[in-house]
Write a new protein. Structure first.
Length: 744
């Protein structure tokens, strides 16, 4: 929406040739019941009160004096004296003139003259109190009503600001003000035009425009220029972007943003938005000369068939990742962009989704021909109601077809069914008996290519893995008003299934089980792999101890430690995963929040032979609500980001990922003190002793102005660059717009 300067909406107070006055000795004036917001009518009489009324029969002039108030069609006029010439139909208001409009906007004047059925008006020494703390002053104002219903209001020597005046010295200039020689309000075209306008800061002119216009404040959406963006960038040089907002109709609008750059010429961006009865869509794109014709297209929409079905799309394509980097296109983050078309349905306990996905790489290490096209991808999920025994069924099914121009092509259909029956014994123990089955059929070609690099080229097979489990928990709890409530809960789970191993894995394409991380979150899972393409079988016992302490004042401690023991070795899992031996690594989690000023959540995985940390992460926060500090930490023995340091085609090499651990820390701070807001962070790589990224923001705000600073620097390289930095200064003149400078 266009940010604009609130404009003065002059009101026509239409007086009838004959008016009643309320004063001692006269009958009460008839009050007319006008509809709220109805336009003033020249034929309706005006109700008014005054301390005294006189009538000059010779000149046919009615004069109301002392605390005069007049009403007509929800408009109110107040003045010390109002004189009405019945011969010329001209009304004059003198002294402390106040006009109150139906929208509660208040205007003040030293003198006002109304004519032509009070549709035309002239005011001297005019001022107005407007919405959002807006204040407007003009030496004079004139309103002319056209025969076609259009209205033109002319103002001279105009000053506008939303800043409060100094209480000690009201004559001092405000923090900022718009000062124009003249202004015209065009109600037909719903805009305000300023001529010879200055922007003053502390009374000093800092900006000038011979002409500009702003949308009428009564219009929620209006076409017009938006504030420009000015700055410098390492890839495009100095630039100026001037957006223009255009209202197309009640349901749609668009923003056109041409950008002039010193290095790459001109870029033109466009964003289109439309609302429908059954949904909405947004389409944005750009075109430029970036070492040749280049551009991007982002489109997103969602629509409802009915209460159960809906469909949508999310399209993200670009001529190259370099173009997105050069022009800092938003949403262009990560290693790839995803585009999808989908439809989905919602039922009672059921969900269905059918979609198509395509990918575009955003780094030089991602080979475009190796990226998949998934068409279609079907997901179904059902969760049943409890049966007579208290148990319930859940069913999940999925199917997909993955096509690669160069690489593995896979078709898979899978079905997962689970039945859980919870019971409780006489001692308070909680039991859960479960059966779980997974069946999947595969057809794959190009298995010897990326991302599988199998020993065979193609294969088709069906496999199934039935499993059964028994879980027992015994929560012991106690508590009192002084110490709070404590809970100790041992958990034991036994899962039985036929053994699995890596002997057949070369025949099965791996599309969804590449990123494995064993933590407390999947300690009791049917399958520690994140997907279905790799399955964990055999007989294993998972055990854990859960403890919690809830303090009377609201604080708490919550912990879980555990591990897993297998009846056989499983060579399905990679070395270093913590799941290759009979005994797994130990995993644990702790959440500590003893008081409102401090909290920490940490989890980790530790080698079961020597206690060495294999994985760890922690997030801590401390401080009051207005000043808060945070610390984050993550450690893994592998670093997936090293994939992007490898040459194209080498990402399949496991040694590249596991060569360098990931060991990073993050320190952050946020503060909100009175009118000031501050925040900052530093992210560092402890393993290499170098900074990863850092940034800071600061802002100050009062009733009329926001001053904001934003700085960012990335030290790591991405997609062939040598790091990146950004600096932004933004001034927000409330009700007028934003102006800023940014560089990166």
């Amino acid at each position: 929406m266009t940010r604009h300067l609130p404009l003065l909406l002059l009101v026509s107070l239409v007086w009838a040739p004959v008016a009643w006055a309320q004063y001692p000795g006269m009958p009460a004036a008839p009050r007319l019941s006008a509809n709220p917001g109805a336009p003033a009518s020249a034929d309706e009489p005006v109700t008014f009160t005054a301390d005294s009324v006189s009538y000059d029969r010779e000149h046919d002039i009615v004069t109301a004096m002392g605390h005069v108030q007049a009403w007509q069609n929800d408009h109110t006029l107040q003045a010390d004296t109002v004189r009405f010439d019945r011969t010329t139909n001209v009304a004059e208001a003198f002294g402390n003139v106040v006009i109150i409009q139906p929208d509660a906007q208040v205007m003040f004047a030293d003198y006002a003259e109304l004519s032509e059925g009070m549709r035309d008006a002239v005011m001297k020494g005019m001022s107005a109190q407007m919405a959002e703390n807006g204040k407007l002053v003009a030496n004079g104002a004139r309103r002319i009503a056209g025969s076609d219903g259009g209205e033109i209001s002319e103002l001279s020597r105009v000053i506008y600001s939303t800043c409060n005046l100094c209480q000690m010295d009201p004559t001092r200039p405000p923090l900022w003000q718009i000062r124009a020689a003249s202004a015209v309000e065009d109600s037909e075209h719903q805009r305000m035009e300023f001529s010879d306008a200055f922007l003053d800061v502390f009374g000093i002119p800092v900006g000038y425009s011979p002409y500009f216009y702003s949308v009428d404040p009564s219009v929620s959406r209006g076409s017009g220029l938006l504030p420009p963006f000015i700055g410098t960038a390492s890839h495009v040089g100095a630039f100026w972007q001037q957006p223009y907002y255009a209202v197309l109709d009640d349901q749609s609008d668009m923003t056109i943003a041409p950008t002039l750059t010193s290095k790459l010429g001109t870029q033109v961006g466009l964003e289109y938005r439309r609302m429908f009865n059954d949904g909405q869509t947004t389409i944005s794109g750009s075109i430029a000369n970036d070492n040749g014709l280049a551009g991007h297209l982002f489109a997103k929409g969602q629509f409802n068939f009915d209460d159960s079905w809906r469909y949508g799309y999310d399209i993200n394509v670009a001529s190259s990742s370099t173009y997105l980097r050069d022009y800092r296109i938003p949403s262009a983050t990560g290693a790839a962009m995803v585009s999808r078309l989908y439809t989905e349905a919602f039922g009672e306990g059921a969900y269905l989704r059918i979609d198509t996905l395509s990918f575009q790489g955003l780094t030089n290490q991602v080979i475009a021909t190796a990226l998949p096209l998934v068409a279609p991808h079907v997901i179904y999920s059902f969760y049943g109601e409890p049966d007579l025994l208290g148990g319930h069924w859940s069913v999940d099914a999925n199917a997909y077809n993955i096509y690669r121009e160069v690489g593995t092509r896979t078709q898979r259909a899978a079905l997962i069914a689970t039945y859980d029956l919870p019971l409780q014994d006489d001692l308070g123990g909680l039991w859960k008996f479960s059966v779980h089955g997974t069946a999947a059929g595969y057809n794959a070609s190009g298995l010897n290519l990326a991302p599988n690099f199998s020993a065979i080229a193609s294969d088709s097979l069906v496999r199934a893995l039935p499993q059964g489990a028994v879980e027992w928990r015994m929560p012991w709890a106690r508590g009192d008003a002084e110490t709070g409530r404590q809970v100790i809960e041992p958990i034991v789970q036994m899962i039985a299934a036929s053994p699995t191993g890596s002997s057949d894995n070369y025949r099965i394409p791996n599309e969804d089980s590449l990123d494995l991380q064993f933590t407390d979150q999947n300690l009791f899972a049917w399958n520690r792999w994140p997907g279905l393409d790799r399955q964990e079988g055999g007989v294993r016992v998972n055990a854990g101890l859960h403890g919690a302490w809830f303090f009377p004042a609201g604080g708490m401690i919550d912990t879980l430690v555990g591990g897993s023991y297998k009846m056989h070795r499983d060579d399905t899992f990679p070395v270093g995963s913590g799941l290759t031996d009979y005994m797994s690594d130990y995993v644990g989690r702790i959440t500590l929040a003893p008081i409102s000023y401090f909290d920490i959540t940490a989890r980790g995985r530790f080698d079961h032979t020597n206690g060495t940390i294999r994985y760890g992460e922690a997030i801590a926060g401390f401080g009051a609500s207005n000043v808060r500090f945070g610390v984050g930490y993550v450690y893994t023995t592998t670093n997936p980001f090293n994939l992007y340091d490898a040459a194209p085609g080498a990402a399949q090499q496991t040694s590249i990922v596991s060569a360098v651990p990931r060991n990073e820390a993050l320190v952050s701070m946020t503060a909100h003190i009175d009118a000031y807001r501050l925040s900052g962070y530093v992210r560092t790589d402890i393993q290499t002793g170098s900074l990863v990224a850092m940034g800071a923001t600061a802002s100050w705000e009062n009733e009329c102005l926001i001053v904001a600073f934003n700085a960012y620097k990335r030290y790591t390289s991405f997609n062939g660059d040598n790091g990146a930095s950004a600096f932004l200064i933004q001034l927000t003149f409330k009700t007028v717009g934003q102006f800023g400078f940014h560089a990166f």
